[in-house]
Design a protein. Structure first.
Length: 414
């Protein structure tokens, strides 16, 4: 099968994130399975010294336009070449390509996230208001007649607010190490870790503030900050005790840090899923995260980590509680590892491909309940072994992957 995949960011751009990684991981597996896959996106960033046609990843790449111009460039490309492909997959992070308006039912959209609160944090006031209250509703509204798959229940709920129903949910995969050293407790010099883009929406300042509070109780605690972004220089200038700012690191370096980490801190504004939370889980690292969309999907509250209110004091208090209670830390660590191994990129590629290859008549939306009212959870350190239900799935029934018997239902329905 000939597949065209659309992306608004070059997969190797320094700002590329989870959506671009998801795309590359599944496309590689489709190629290995014998399919012909071409990725269409913006022109190669100037800093990349790679041949544009192969991405350096063995995937054919067609680049046209800038990050803003890629949307019109993709539509022009589809009008001229859409007939050459059997299926078109568009990846959506806020703004869609609306490929279905050109190639019809052979297009499927994989929605990664909406912006919503992000507008006010990343853009000045006039643009933030325009984006949140005019542009985003207009963009997402274009997808009401499209075949849409979400990467998480949080994302499915978000687009449903705009009148878009999803065929199902296909979460990202996770690269779990085959073996891990047995750890029964945090180290004597606890290591906290934060991974992400150093931008306001990822709230690295909250992680730094949390570390300062943790060190009041556990002076030997340290924090590694991993990732690049426009906040890097300002954060480095603080020279905060116990903090190491690594900037962008290679995958082997990231894995090495995860293997030595006791707690992953994930303050955030809104995520599609939170791949880094699952990566930490694969190394048996409990996650302390803000109770926001996306992180509620990646972290099972009270089982693989703890979801807390959106402030540094809550982050610090929960991190201290876990670091000073080895039995609870060990229980969360073990459960995190067990859950992570169930998520594989092979499974994600297989399930997403199933939506692409379904005959058009089989793409039937499952009925969904009325949109639930999502309210932040009040999280506390768990002392029970039962999983806690998390907000976005309440009242919503969705097919997970292509298995019709696997549904997410709220605890109240059970």
């Amino acid at each position: 099968m000939r597949i065209l995949a659309l992306t608004w960011k070059h997969p190797l751009d320094h700002t590329a994130g989870g959506a671009e990684r998801y795309l590359v991981e599944v496309c590689r597996r489709w190629v290995s399975a014998g399919h012909e896959v071409t990725i269409f996106g913006p022109r190669r960033p100037a800093h990349l010294k790679l041949t544009e046609d192969k991405l350096g990843l063995g995937l054919p790449y067609v680049g046209h336009g800038s990050r803003l111009g890629v949307f019109s460039a993709a539509r022009s490309y589809l009008r001229a070449n859409g007939h050459l492909y059997d299926r078109v997959l568009e990846t959506v992070s806020t703004r869609p390509f609306a490929a279905h308006r050109i190639v019809g039912d052979k297009a499927v959209a994989l929605y990664h996230q909406t912006a919503e609160e992000v507008w006010s944090l990343e853009y000045p006031l006039p643009i933030a208001l325009l984006g949140r209250h005019f542009l985003e509703p207009r963009w997402v509204g274009q997808m009401r007649t499209a075949h849409v798959v979400a990467n998480s229940v949080s994302t499915a709920v978000a687009v449903q607010r705009f009148g878009v129903n999803c065929l199902g949910v296909v979460p990202p995969g996770c690269d779990a190490p085959e073996t891990l050293p047995v750890r029964s407790a945090p180290g004597d010099r606890p290591k906290l870790l934060w991974i992400g883009r150093l931008v306001r929406t990822k709230r690295p300042d909250d992680a730094l503030a949390a570390l300062a509070l943790v060190r009041n109780r556990i002076p030997a605690a340290t924090l590694d900050l991993v990732g690049g972004g426009y906040l890097q220089a300002r954060l480095a200038a603080k020279r905060q005790p116990g903090v190491t700012i690594h900037g962008p690191v290679s995958e082997p370096e990231k894995r090495s840090l995860l293997a030595r980490t006791d707690i992953l801190l994930l303050p955030g504004t809104r995520e599609g899923w939170g791949i880094v939370a699952m990566e930490a889980a694969a190394y048996g690292v409990p996650v302390v995260a803000y109770d926001v969309a996306g992180l509620r999907d990646a972290v099972v509250n009270g089982v693989t980590g703890v979801l807390v209110p959106q402030n540094a004091q809550a982050l610090a208090a929960t991190a201290c509680a876990l670091l000073t209670d080895p039995p609870i830390w060990r229980r969360l660590s073990t459960a995190a590892r067990e859950r992570a191994v169930a998520f594989s990129w092979d499974r994600s590629a297989k399930d997403l491909l199933a939506y692409l290859v379904l005959s058009f008549s089989e793409r039937v939306y499952r009925p969904t309940a009325p949109l639930p009212t999502a309210s932040p959870q009040t999280s506390s350190l768990p002392h029970e072994s039962e999983p806690l239900s998390y907000g976005p799935s309440e009242g919503l029934s969705l097919t997970i992957g292509h298995h019709p018997n696997l549904l997410l239902r709220s605890a109240r329905e059970d």
